[in-house]
Design a protein around this ligand. Sequence first.
Ligand code: SF4
Length: 61
Amino acid sequence: MNYIVIKGKCISCGLCISICPDVFCYDEEGIAVAYNEATGEVANLAQEAMESCPTEAIERP
Ligand code: SF4
């Protein structure tokens, strides 16, 4: 399962990264990015990260 972060919506709160660091990290500008596919055991955490984002910046394309 792939995710994308809408750059203009991300406020760099770090929540998605703390919930699911296997999928989300900061890019060089300090904006969250989905750098990895969410497969297997990570899928639930990535889903939780998406649902927890305060600005709804994470989407599934
Ligand atoms: S939870 Fe949302 S606002 Fe916070 S860093 Fe992740 S994408 Fe950005």
